[in-house]
Design a protein around this ligand. Structure first.
Ligand code: HEM
Length: 465
């Protein structure tokens, strides 16, 4: 058992700076996977910094205790603090997540609404993953080396594409008509959104706030368009709007809320898609294997059999899980509302509990060796055992588990399978190793370090089948 006075000085030193800002999700300890600081006991340990105590849970069995405990561990208090930052009013102090949770599930859990959302994304990628369209769509970041070869910066490219696809699936084409550069503004915000988690004062985060305000303005204009005249928005978007209007919530506040919807739709999935493509580019021997496996899902260049893609491509699925395992970098957070015992340790009211996913996903006893390497085969024949156990938390757990995990997997699979089917892809220039930015707080996946990118060469494929 450790506290700040024993072996965890390293962590506390980094921690202190953030605690001053009342950090809700510190991520700094997550690099200590194999650290001897904890004697690898996996007992809960406490870190105290400037009067705040955080209990850190790394033993899979203890995470179950945390997620099951709805009585004395609260996610709401954490969320309400966060919502204040985004200035959604929430007058009764009710967590917004609860307010719309049922509607989200209705949209995002398997069923007709999810299928429609997926279809919208499929159609969007189908229309845009073509060389001439890409040359125009991503003109600012695309270099043509010849008429049929382009080079794109991978991080920037997938960010634009994914954000636009998510936008259209949720909000139809209205936002694009109002502001064709909505995705770019969103990305400016998203890249700085860690400042929300650190609760940076506005004076130090004006760029992030300017982008956030701009997104709100665009949504205000979106709500000026009568619902009947908007084409293609998702069931959820309309349902939330109707509910908010019935409750007398102002358009100003609805616009702020829709900004957060736009954010959750794109922020993690774009990183997942990038990481998966990046790992495939770094392990090119996997590309023909996945191509071969996904052939039956296609007719020519058109993806026609989604059921096949999602349920009969085990190697592809293993690559997805390995990508999540390596990129996860957040923590479930709970506020302790009454003294509570977890893993045999008494935890005091008023403190916070953190379940850092990265430590769970870097447990050699569960996932085997070479934990820093991309080795999808560690999931071979063990997908259910590994992804349904308490050591698997890329989407959190319990009542607050991410409702977007089905759509994130489907959207990423559609995008990557289509890219591999339609194009030959390779790194352009010298092979670049991109590092994850594990120091920035995120609600989900880590991104690559700022300003790191690599060029990907895209050449249309010719195929007969
Ligand atoms: C690979 C992609 C994604 C990852 C890794 C991810 C991860 C997460 C994580 C870690 C949480 C916090 C869970 C907790 O604290 O217990 C979360 C919450 C959430 N995610 Fe995701 N997410 C992804 C994609 C999505 C998508 C595509 C959507 C929506 C379309 C979405 C919607 C949400 C919502 C609404 C919450 C809050 C849940 C609540 O409080 O009830 N996520 N996500």
């Amino acid at each position: 058992m450790l506290d700040s006075s024993s072996g965890s000085e390293l962590i506390c030193a980094v921690f202190r700076g953030f605690a001053a800002l009342d950090v809700n999700i510190p991520v700094v300890y997550m690099n200590c996977t194999n650290s001897n600081y904890f004697g690898n006991t996996r007992d809960p340990f406490a870190i105290t910094a400037l009067g705040s105590t955080f209990y850190v849970i790394t033993e899979p069995r203890h995470t179950i205790e945390v997620y099951k405990n709805m009585e004395t561990l609260s996610f709401e208090e954490f969320l309400v603090g966060l919502m204040k930052q985004t200035r959604f009013p929430n007058p009764e102090g009710q967590a917004l997540g609860y307010f719309v949770r049922d509607m989200r599930h209705h949209q995002l859990f398997p069923g007709q609404n999810l299928d429609l959302l997926e279809k919208a994304m499929l159609n969007w990628f189908n229309r845009h993953l073509r060389l001439p369209v890409l040359q125009t769509l991503c003109a600012s970041c695309t270099a043509s080396t010849s008429e049929c070869v382009i080079e794109v910066p991978l991080v920037k490219w997938r960010s634009e594409l994914f954000t636009r696809a998510g936008e259209v699936a949720y909000f139809g084409d209205t936002l694009e008509k109002i502001e064709p550069n909505m995705a770019t503004t969103f990305l400016e915000y998203d890249d700085l959104s860690w400042q929300v988690l650190y609760q940076y004062p506005r004076i130090f985060s004006s760029k992030m706030h300017t982008a956030m305000d701009r997104i709100q303005e665009i949504f205000l204009r979106y709500f000026e368009v009568p619902q009947g005249k908007r084409q293609g928005d998702a069931w959820f978007t309309k349902a939330v709007e109707d509910e908010c209007r019935a409750l007398g919530i102002s358009e100003h506040d609805m616009a702020r809320f829709m900004g957060t919807v736009y954010w959750v739709v794109s922020t993690n999935t774009r990183k997942a898609a990038f990481s998966l493509l990046y790992h495939l580019l770094c392990n090119p021997s996997l590309i023909p294997i996945i191509r071969e496996e996904t052939v039956p899902a296609f007719e020519g260049s058109t993806l026609t059999d989604l059921n096949y893609l999602h349920n009969h491509c085990p190697k592809f699925e293993q690559a997805w899980y390995e990508t999540l395992r390596l990129s996860s970098n957040s923590a479930s957070a709970r506020v302790i509302t009454r003294d509570t015992v977890i893993g045999g340790r008494l935890m005091r009211k008023g403190s916070k509990i953190l379940v850092p996913y990265r430590l769970l996903h870097h447990n050699e006893a569960v996932f085997g060796g070479e934990l820093e390497r991309f080795r999808p085969e560690r999931f071979e024949g063990r997908v259910n055992a590994l992804t349904r156990g308490p050591s698997w938390r890329p989407f959190g757990g319990g009542k607050t588990m991410c409702p977007g995990h089905f759509v994130a997997k489907r959207e990423t699979a559609i995008f990557v399978a289509m890219v591999l089917r339609r194009f030959d892809v390779a790194m352009a220039g010298a092979r670049a190793v991109l590092e994850l930015d594990l120091g920035k707080p995120v609600l989900g996946l880590a991104d690559r370090k700022e300003s790191q990118d690599l060029s990907m060469r895209i050449t249309p494929r010719k195929f007969e089948d």
